[in-house]
Design a binder for this molecule. Structure first.
Ligand code: FAD
Length: 438
């Protein structure tokens, strides 16, 4: 029986379902606070304790060792007085009785429950997708299976030209496979990049040996005499040899547990700004939840959800009456690509609207491209390819809604030059601290 922590919130027994990135981060956030639930139990379906899923891409590419991915060991959980149950899947929740049961027949009572069950890879409805040799790229098991496939096979086809598909394709190429990448849209990373940046990326990857097909319409997958996948067929008649196929077309929230428990579920488990579901004793966060119609696929908003929920679970008072309490609010996120040798940074709309002012800079020799979208002097979107050092500064200015008119001439030169002009303009202002002191 885990020991009871001396300083506790009013939550007696907190059970967290899912020992992935959100579930683990919540544990860390609870431990960082002076008051924490008396008893914490974490149940994870994977065999391994929480690891950094983001680093599966460099792991597949052979750029990182498995051990470097582990966030905390099972021993660490024990030392914190947290019961960690791994390799068991929660199958059923009885909201009235406040109990849950796992596929190993374990039954647990809870006082509060957090669903952090992540998402599942989406699968296109095409014939042949169930064949052996067809993979997804979501967990350690998938990364191992892909590394093994790369040892025995020569040809791989990756379906999906978004972040995950590109990282999987590069990983397999680095492991010596001939990789074809299929993208349904007219460009790679169509949710983040404008056409120019997407073409720069495409050219770079083609130069490295990736066989890229944009506007690709998937028709079916073919099996060989042993029933193993051997080819991918496109609607235009193209036939691509494939010893291994990776499906990376997106994710679907893993909301099934919430659905069978009778919680309100749309695409994800619906939560309010306190990450509370339709049952006040159950919360959800991360990729399994849906907040005001938004779903999640990057960690940045999830980290902010974790902070809100940790605060709630530790204090456990009614935030509706607390004017200082800050619920979860959506904020824009920026995207980076983790393919070594390629730097990309993007946020905001990919296409300019009629009232956007577009500033762009391109240096083909250095392989640099920047395109900024402004409205009324304020930055709304940026795409940076090559030198991305100023990306976070642009993002900061956009989030803060700073009027960048004073540094417009230096905006494309980068953060340092633009900030210097902004500072000059501030000092010139009649309300500047320097002027007021004088
Ligand atoms: C290869 C790859 C690269 C990525 N790169 C980036 C990146 O560069 N930047 C970025 O921001 N994001 C990246 N992501 C996305 C990021 O990893 C996810 O947003 C994040 O992991 C979501 O956290 P989560 O806890 O909601 O889900 P997960 O981390 O998937 O954790 C969910 C956990 O719950 C477990 N589970 C599910 N159902 C049950 C059940 N019934 N009972 C018990 N346990 C259950 C699952 O087994 C899993 O371990 C990447 C993802 C992948 C796969």
């Amino acid at each position: 029986m885990p020991r009871r922590h001396p300083e506790t919130s009013t939550v007696e027994h907190l059970v967290i379902v899912g020992n992935g990135m959100a579930g683990h981060r919540l544990v860390e956030a609870l431990l960082a606070r002076t008051e924490r639930p008396a008893r914490i139990t974490v149940i994870g379906a994977e065999q391994a304790p929480a690891y950094n899923r983001i680093l599966l891409s460099p792991l597949l590419a052979g750029e990182m060792q498995r051990e470097a991915l582990t966030l905390r060991s099972a021993e660490w959980y024990a030392e914190q007085g947290i019961e960690l149950i791994l390799g068991e899947r929660v199958e059923k929740i009885d909201c009235d009785a406040r109990t849950l049961s796992t596929d190993a027949g374990r039954r647990l009572d809870y006082d509060r429950l957090v669903l952090a069950t992540g998402s599942n890879p989406a699968r296109p409805p095409v014939p042949g997708l169930e064949l052996p040799g067809v993979h997804v790229f979501r967990d350690l098991h998938d990364a191992d299976a892909l590394a093994r496939a790369a040892e025995s096979g020569r040809n791989a086809v990756v379906i999906g030209g978004g972040l995950l598909g590109l990282e999987a394709a590069e990983g397999l190429r680095k492991r010596g496979m001939q990789v074809s990448l299929l993208q349904r849209d007219d460009r790679l990373m169509n949710r983040q990049l404008d056409l120019t940046a997407a073409r720069l990326l495409e050219n770079e990857l083609r130069g490295r040996g990736l066989d890229i097909h944009t506007d690709a319409q998937l028709e079916r997958l073919e099996a060989d005499a042993e029933g193993q996948v051997c080819a991918v067929l496109l609607a235009d008649g193209t036939r691509l040899a494939a010893d291994c196929v990776v499906v990376a077309i997106g994710i679907v929230p893993n909301a099934e547990l919430g659905r069978v428990a009778g919680l309100e579920v749309n695409r994800g488990v619906i939560v309010d700004e306190w990450l509370t579901t339709s049952d006040p004793a159950i919360h959800a966060l991360g990729e399994c939840c849906e907040h005001r119609g938004n779903l999640y696929g990057l960690v940045e908003p999830i980290w902010r959800q974790v902070e809100v929920l940790a605060e709630r679970l530790c204090l456990d008072h009614d935030h509706a009456d607390d004017e200082d309490a800050q619920g979860y609010v959506e904020k824009p996120t920026a995207t980076k690509l983790k393919v070594s040798g390629i730097s990309l940074y993007a946020f905001g709309p990919t296409e300019a609207e009629p009232d956007h002012e577009v500033l762009s800079y391109r240096d083909p020799q250095q392989g640099n491209y920047r395109r900024l979208l402004l409205r009324g002097g304020r930055l709304e979107g940026a795409v940076l390819y090559g030198d991305t050092a100023s990306g976070p500064w642009y993002f900061e200015q956009a989030l803060a809604g700073v009027d960048l008119t004073a540094c417009r001439t230096a905006l494309l030169l980068g953060a340092a030059d633009a900030q210097a002009l902004l500072d000059d303009a501030l000092n010139e202002s009649p309300h500047s601290p320097a002027k007021e002191a004088a």
